[in-house]
Design a protein around this ligand. Structure first.
Ligand code: NAI
Length: 336
């Protein structure tokens, strides 16, 4: 079977890590027809927008995209392409696995967590205004519809990844109405899924418990801002953003991307670590049912990084992006 996938190289280190990810995914033996389309600040002069129509049309058609990082100017300038893609394709669930990779220096050796973050509401609804000069109000929106959708997604993902437990992270002791509603819905959905252990954990205590002993958690699901913070914490537990993949899942589209940004400080030098985007591509393969290719990529990454001979400088090695990729391709070749 041939799959069509939109590939957005992005900017900064984006084109380098996108090229690397494409090479590794192709080596895993899945037949992919890549539709390469631009997005980002660099394309505004040519297309009059950072998100060209051809890119949107391609994603609408393929329903799957692998996206390199795209820089967003702070303050003025154009608005975030990343946020616009999530909004336009209704990508309501951000899915971030945090799995230890041997050879990546980190606090724990055996972390294996999945964080699922609601992507569309909470404090990110953009509803902010001055009440009177010097007083700003930001509204935190929690709806029954979005809460139900994200909690159902969490249970579904838990089952697909053969996980045992879902923990709902909340602050319902203080936010009694909004997080009270979130919990009420979660309890109802938990009753429909008796094969999965259900737990609740207050967000601040969760942060502490994750740092003290991450093995007490499995799948964690939460609203937008809590998810933003907790998923960065879990990325830190496995050695940082350079190795953290993610997926943005919608009703009929999914966009896979690294957690890190466009790293303008190292762009064009050929030294970026492409692991996060490669693993995001592997997640994409799992998403479309190519489980063997997904496993092979994960195993190759663990082996090559674990051996330590071909790692990039952020992991303490001195290999270039492409030297690392060649080592991965060779390793994958041994398995197929
Ligand atoms: P960043 O993640 O781009 O970089 C932070 C630090 O980590 C830098 O020192 C960078 O060199 C290093 N780094 C990041 N990825 C790396 C990799 N793959 N290999 C080796 N080193 C790596 O974060 P920063 O500097 O805050 O953001 C830069 C731009 O990226 C901003 O415009 C931001 O808006 C954008 N961004 C885009 C995202 C996306 O497209 N999803 C996500 C996060 C930020």
């Amino acid at each position: 079977m041939t799959y069509k996938v939109t590939l957005i190289p992005g900017d900064g280190i984006g084109p380098e890590v996108a090229k690397a990810a494409r090479k590794v995914i192709d080596a895993a033996g899945v037949d992919i027809e890549w539709e390469v389309h631009p997005a980002g600040g660099d394309v505004i002069n040519r297309y009059g927008t950072p998100l060209p129509q051809e890119t949107i049309d391609s994603i609408r058609n393929t329903k799957l995209a692998l996206k390199g990082p795209i820089g967003t100017p702070i303050g003025g300038g154009f608005s975030s392409v990343n946020v616009e893609l999530r909004r336009r394709f209704k990508l309501y669930a951000n899915f971030r696995p945090a799995k230890s990779i041997k050879g990546v220096a980190s606090r724990y050796a055996d972390v294996d967590l999945i964080v699922i973050r609601e992507n569309t509401e909470g404090l990110y609804s953009g509803l902010e205004h001055f009440v009177v000069p010097g007083v700003v109000e930001s509204q935190r929106i929690i709806t029954q519809e979005a809460s139900e959708r994200i909690i159902r997604a969490a249970f579904k993902i838990a089952k697909r990844f053969k996980r045992k437990k879902v923990t709902v992270v909340h602050k319902a002791n203080i936010l009694k109405l909004s997080d009270g509603l979130f919990l009420e819905i979660a309890r109802e959905i938990a009753r429909e899924n008796p094969d999965i252990i259900y737990e609740e954990s207050i967000v601040d205590a969760t942060a502490m418990k994750l740092v003290m002993d991450p093995s007490q958690f499995d799948v964690l699901v939460m609203e937008n801002l809590f998810g933003d913070i907790i998923s960065d914490l879990t990325s830190g537990l496995i050695g940082g953003l350079g190795v953290a993949p993610s997926a943005n899942l919608g009703v009929d589209c999914a966009i896979f991307e690294a957690v890190h940004g466009s790293a303008p400080d190292i762009a064009g030098k050929g030294v970026a670590n492409p692991t996060a985007l490669i693993l995001s591509g592997a997640l994409m393969l799992f998403h479309i049912g190519e489980n063997k290719a997904y496993q092979n990529i994960y195993k190759a990454v663990s082996k090559v990084i674990g051996d330590g001979k071909h790692t990039t400088s952020d992991l303490g090695g001195n290999a270039s992006t492409m030297e690392y990729v060649e080592a991965l391709v060779k390793e994958i070749g041994k398995k197929s």
